[in-house]
Design a protein around this ligand. Structure first.
Ligand SMILES: NC(=O)c1ccc[n+]([C@@H]2O[C@H](COP(=O)([O-])OP(=O)(O)OC[C@H]3O[C@@H](n4cnc5c(N)ncnc54)[C@H](OP(=O)(O)O)[C@@H]3O)[C@@H](O)[C@H]2O)c1
Length: 228
């Protein structure tokens, strides 16, 4: 745990709320971002109620949440990705870390959740890189971990998290954040362009969930050293 504040844009939603719970439980300062102040505050109250004890999750409108944070996590539907990035663009400073969780599922255009769209830039994460200030440290992660598993805070998450970024240091910090979630092993996924593959795997996992009638299929990379 570092001396940092994490803002989850879309933290009122399934995936973002799961990440909020996990990081707040690990002792991080967390802000839930929303398009509506009241919705953010309500979600923060709910998170604090679930966590109890000393947790102090706050709720703010997205631009304020991003401005108050050192780590900005984008967790919104792909259809809202561009608009939500634009809404926090001016709140992001060169020291901030931006983590994109967004998967370009075909649901954005009325299609199935078990198929993914081709994004002009290559991936949702690369789309973020095109839209954010040039200096922004960008990583992508958490695509292959399902919200149900994140929100069940009494249980470990049974999945690896593949982290992609063009900066080794940014990958390292993001991997540390992933490893704060019990059961998660963070995997160095290399350059941001690899996010395309990781994002598309989520559609595959959704299809596997449907075919096997389960809700939390994840991934494990085998053959790595124990400390890897
Ligand atoms: N759910 C999963 O298990 C899972 C797993 C891996 C990856 N992901 C990815 O993570 C991202 C978030 O997933 P999610 O399931 O948490 O999504 P969600 O619940 O549908 O939406 C998350 C939040 O996004 C905000 N939002 C902003 N613009 C929106 C718009 N136009 N329409 C709807 N919501 C909008 C909403 O917050 P406000 O109304 O408060 O602004 C909403 O609560 C997606 O890209 C998804 O593909 C999800």
């Amino acid at each position: 745990m570092g001396n940092r504040t994490i803002a989850v844009i879309g933290g009122t939603g399934d995936q973002g709320f799961g990440l909020v719970l996990r990081w707040a439980k690990a002792g991080e300062r967390v802000i839930i971002g929303s398009r509506q102040q009241q919705k953010a505050e309500d979600a923060a109250k709910k998170a604090n109620g679930i966590l109890g004890g000393s947790s102090s999750v706050a709720g703010m409108e997205n631009p304020k949440a991003a401005a108050a944070a050192d780590v900005i996590v984008m967790s919104v539907p792909f259809a809202a990705h561009v608009d939500m990035i634009k809404s926090v663009h001016d709140s992001i400073t060169p020291d901030d870390l931006f983590i994109d969780v967004v998967v370009p599922l075909s649901t954005a255009v009325g299609g199935s959740a078990s198929t993914a769209l081709a994004v002009w830039e290559g991936s949702a994460a690369q789309q973020a890189a095109r839209l954010l200030p040039l200096h922004t440290k960008i990583a992508s992660a958490f695509h292959n971990v399902v919200s149900e598993a994140l929100q069940r805070i009494d249980r470990e998450v049974d999945s690896d998290v593949i982290v992609c970024s063009d900066s080794q240091e940014t990958r390292k910090v993001t991997m540390e954040l992933a490893a704060e979630i019990p059961g998660v092993r963070a995997i160095d996924g290399g350059r941001l362009e690899n996010s395309r593959i990781v994002e598309q795997m989520t559609a595959l996992l959704i299809g596997i969930n449907i075919r096997y009638k389960v809700s939390d299929a994840g991934i494990r990379i085998t053959g790595l050293p124990k400390t890897g």
